[in-house]
Write a protein that binds this ligand. Structure first.
Ligand SMILES: [Zn+2]
Length: 240
């Protein structure tokens, strides 16, 4: 199993690694360790580069889960590295950091909507700098959107730390706050659950990468809301 640093060290941008496996049909490379995020939970996969000491560079268009490993998808029709080669794995940090700020902003939105209105999140998606969340939020109206924006920005400005933990399944299931994010839908075979806590505001089971403190997010703007039916509502935000 490869060492996947994105889950424990979100700020590590580059790591020295060795090629473990290459798939010439799928155009993918698996390393013994990596900093690439494979996508999931609404956060897109990282892009970046693999570099050899002799100057060869491979553009990485995406990354994806391959069992417990992370496969790097090589862009273009170039010769792939070989198993055993030493490489550095280097992510597009500007894009990744924007995704970290965006992801944390979306969790702050979830935290506020749950705390102030008791509405559960049902899904979400993001790009660097903006995203959307869907809620079971029957009472949402256009007038509420401004109040939600103000409340989220107040929480971000409160300089709340973000804490990442990996908990045994039973311990995670005992946390009432986690149940609302539909943790009970996780497959039975999963023995550990990773949690992201915006201390004092929000706690979710989550696989994504986040900033260390809400001050790094800055502030957000609500750019739209839509009714996806009587109960389901969608809120769009962007980083200011
Ligand atoms: Zn998330």
């Amino acid at each position: 199993m490869s060492e996947n640093l994105c889950y424990t060290e979100a700020y590590t941008r580059i790591v020295e690694a060795r090629v473990v496996a290459v798939d010439t049909d799928a155009r993918t490379v698996v390393l013994d360790r990596t900093v690439f995020y494979p996508g999931g939970g609404g956060q897109p996969a990282d892009r970046g580069w693999l570099r050899a000491a002799d100057g060869r560079v491979w553009d990485i268009a995406s990354a994806k889960k391959a069992g417990d490993d992370i496969a790097h998808v090589v862009d273009g029709d170039v010769d792939l590295p070989a198993p055993g080669d030493g490489l550095s794995a280097d992510i597009d940090w500007e894009r990744r950091y924007a995704l970290m700020r965006t992801h944390t902003a979306l969790h702050a939105l979830c935290g506020v909507v749950w705390r102030d209105y008791g509405a559960q999140v049902t899904g979400g998606n993001m790009e660097p700098g903006g995203g959307r969340m869907d809620f079971e939020f029957e009472s949402m109206t256009g007038e509420l959107v401004g109040a939600i924006e103000t409340a989220v920005n107040r929480e971000l400005a409160a300089q709340r730390d973000i804490r990442v933990q990996i908990l045994p399944r039973d311990e995670a299931f005992a946390i009432p706050d986690l149940i609302r994010t539909k943790i009970n839908l996780l497959p039975a075979g999963i023995t550990e659950i990773r949690t992201i806590e915006i201390v004092g505001l929000d706690l979710q089971a989550d696989g994504g990468t986040h900033v260390a403190n809400t001050r790094e997010v800055g502030s957000i703007r609500v750019t739209g809301y839509e009714s996806k039916g009587r109960i389901n509502k969608r809120i769009r935000i962007e980083l200011v």
